[in-house]
Design a protein around this ligand. Structure first.
Ligand code: NI
Length: 137
């Protein structure tokens, strides 16, 4: 099994806010991330795909195809958007990096399978210091 990775970048705005809670409770749990006027991050999305090497190409999966899938189905929908209001697959969900990573997995996993490879990890870097990884379980 060989693992390949591709990084794409996007910038999005969000607010961490639970509508079932009071303003005070949201402020207590989420701090400045609950700011009602939103704030932004420059995200790194690193997708890891695993598979065996195709003897005809020497590739696990053509990285041009992986780049295209990540761009069309994920980063084009997220870049310069508001995760709370502009992104169909995030509507009604908490706009956390954890939730976003799981939703990106759901989108990419079947697309990558069509290329005879397997999604292994969705890694989202929200800041220089805060990262999320999701392995599908
Ligand atoms: Ni944030």
């Amino acid at each position: 099994m060989v693992y390949i990775q591709r990084r794409e970048r996007f910038s999005s705005a969000h607010q961490l806010f639970n509508p079932n809670w009071s303003i005070e409770k949201n402020d207590e749990v989420f701090g400045k991330c609950a700011n009602k006027n939103f704030h932004g991050h420059n995200f790194n999305l690193i997708v890891t795909v695993k598979g065996s090497i195709n003897p005809d190409t020497g590739f696990v999966m053509n990285l041009v195809d992986l780049k295209r899938l990540m761009k069309i189905y994920v980063t084009d929908k997220l870049d310069h958007r508001n995760l709370n209001t502009d992104v169909d697959f995030m509507l009604g969900k908490m706009a956390s990096t954890e939730v976003l990573a799981v939703e990106i997995w759901k989108i990419l996993e079947p697309k990558i399978s069509e290329h005879h490879a397997f999604l292994h990890c969705v890694r989202l870097e929200e800041t220089e210091n805060n990262f999320v990884e999701y392995y599908g379980e």
